[in-house]
Write a new protein. Sequence first.
Length: 456
Amino acid sequence: MTKPRSKKALYIGLPLALAISAGTGFAVWDHWFKDNPGYPLKVLQQADELHERMLSFDSHITVPQDFGTVGNEIDKDGTGQFDLVKANRGRLSGAALTIFGWPELWNGPNAPHKPTAGFVAEARNQQEIRYKIISGMVRDFPNQVAIAYTPADFRRLHGEGKFAIFMSMLNAYPLGHDLNLLDLWAARGMRMFGFSYVGNNDWADSSRPLPFFNDSPDALDGLSDIGKQAVQRLNDLGVIIDVSQMSTKALEQVAQLSRAPLVASHSAPRAMVDIPRNLSDKELQLIKNSGGVVQIVGFSQYLRPLTQGTQDKLNALRARFDLPPLPNLAYALMPGDPIIAAWSEQKFGEYASQLYAILEEEPKAGLKDLGDAIDYTVRKIGIDHVGISSDFNEGGGVKGWENVGEIRNVTAELLSRGYSEADIAKLWGGNFLRVWDQVEKLSKPSLISAREAAKP
């Protein structure tokens, strides 16, 4: 029999062999070696141990409309970035699951198509589908998951070992001009509201106006009248205002009007990639001044500029469509040239599909890039005003953190950079919960009582 080359080899090899013989070795191998992006095992072990003790929260995950169907089951380890199996493996305590609705310009036989009268109804239908999925999770898996309506609920569910769902909403577009829908959704459990997505809406300007929808930058000069009223209503209801994806003017106006702390639920600093979708130093400071928190997002194209090779491909595409060379990175990431407003639906569809196909080939950013963005933001506004989010199921994910089962790798990166366990706990949800506590305290008790009475 061949002898081990050292006692160390014996100590490692024998337990591993025994584990394999017991049917667990492959899981052990995957956990410590296959899924390791390159950190010392001691660091990974510390990260694992920390997640066993620490509350953790991801502030932005989109719920796919087919979540819970065959092939995308909630309680199986599927191909998606979020399910209960992966959440348990990663020891993720809870997440903001987003009730999201947007015009389905890509649906139908003549897609893409310009806005129609049915766009708002379809966007509302998307919201209802996602709400039913979340409600179904709680109904079907009551021993594994529940909705956190308050910060106290979240902490209690963490102690019980249940996954805590924090309901958020992104995009005011489906609400039309009806401010009272905020009350309805707050009564149903919504605890964070983001005004904006791609394209302006009737409430706020977007950081990414969409010429195909006849948008122009700062069309509302920030917030509309109903948008300004919404700030007050959300404060009264104890709902967190999410400023991610807003235009700079809209964010500045929200900061001026809100009496409660603000959250950017899935953003990155503009110092990483100079695009309006990312937050400038001034915007970071406004969020800090409100007492709020910036949740740094693991979205590759917001963390690292596109490679020159990808930019060259995009410029070749632009030349074929009679567009000038890229004037900025914002036009590289979406069809943003004003001239696109005059294009036919067919031409827009051909250009957009080829643009996004090129972007799919871009190498992903990694944990180092995410760590750099966190470091930068902590230096600018302090550890008490920074958190972490993934934007999973809507383009999020970096090498080493490509689903909720891999959050310990983010923690390993932070440990490698010298962050203390106490500071990591702040980043992974402690700061967000502090803000949520404060938003609740600054609400109107009468509206909170009505909200709680209407809770399903």
